[in-house]
Ligand binder design. Structure first.
Ligand code: AMP
Length: 190
C-alpha cells in the first residue's frame, strides 16, 4: 500500500510519469482536474457550479474540491494505494488529505515534486507549438495554469518540506531516467 502525491507544473511531464507510476505500483489515479473536467463536460450540478471558475483559470474552493476528492477516495475502498494528481493545491487541502488518510488508518507515504523551472516549461511548450504549427486560444488558458502553479500551488511544498516528507526529483532529462529516480523514491517509502 502506497499513497503518493505528485506535483509539477503544466509541461513538466507529470502525465507521462503518472501513467508509469500507475502501471508499476497499481495505485488508483485521482486527478481533481480530470474529475472537474468530467463534471463540467457532463453538466452535473457540480460541473455547472465550477464551470466558470475553471474557465477563468482560477482555483475551485477548498470545500468543493475536498468534498469531491473524499468521495472519490471512498469509492475505492479496495485500492492498494492512490496517486493524487492536482491535489492538494492549498495548505487546507493538504491538511484535509492528511486527515482523510488518518481516518482510513493510512498516510501519504511519498510526495514527489517534479522539478522543472518556469523557463524550461515555457521552452518546451513553445517548441511543441512550433512543431504542431498552431497558436490558439488554449494558449491563454495554459499561460494561466502555469502562473497558477508557480504563484499558488508551489506554496504547498513547504508544508511537506517542513515535515521532511518532500522528495524533489529533477524533471529535466530522459523520461525513463526521470521515472527511475521517481521509482527510487517510491521504493524507499514502501
Ligand atoms: P488541472 O488539470 O489539474 O490543471 O486542473 C484544471 C482546473 O481544475 C484548475 O485550473 C482548477 O480550476 C481546477 N482544480 C483542479 N484541481 C484543483 C484543486 N486541487 N483545487 C482547486 N481547484 C482545482
Amino acid at each position: 500500500m502506497i499513497n503518493i502525491v505528485i506535483f509539477g507544473p503544466p509541461g513538466a511531464g507529470k502525465g507521462t510519469q503518472s501513467e508509469k507510476i500507475i502501471e508499476k505500483y497499481g495505485v488508483v489515479h485521482i486527478s481533481t482536474g480530470d474529475l472537474f473536467r468530467w463534471h463540467t463536460k457532463n453538466d452535473t450540478p457540480l460541473g455547472l457550479k465550477v464551470k466558470e471558475i475553471m474557465n477563468s483559470g482560477q482555483l475551485v474552493s477548498d470545500d468543493i474540491t475536498i468534498a469531491m476528492l473524499r468521495e472519490e477516495v471512498e469509492k475505492n475502498p479496495d485500492a492498494s494505494g492512490f496517486l493524487f494528481d492536482g491535489f492538494p493545491r492549498t495548505v487546507p487541502q493538504a491538511e484535509a488529505l492528511d486527515e482523510l488518510m488518518k481516518s482510513m488508518n493510512q498516510q501519504i507515504d511519498a510526495v514527489v515534486e517534479l522539478d522543472v523551472t518556469e523557463e524550461e516549461v515555457r521552452g518546451r511548450i513553445a517548441k511543441r507549438k512550433e512543431l504542431e504549427g498552431r497558436a490558439d486560444d488554449a494558449d491563454d488558458k495554459l499561460e494561466r495554469r502555469i502562473q497558477e502553479y508557480f504563484n499558488k500551488t508551489i506554496h504547498v511544498l513547504p508544508y511537506y518540506k517542513e515535515q521532511g516528507r518532500l522528495s524533489t526529483v529533477n524533471g529535466i532529462g530522459e523520461i525513463d531516467a526521470i521515472f527511475a529516480s521517481i521509482s527510487e523514491v517510491l521504493d524507499s517509502k514502501k
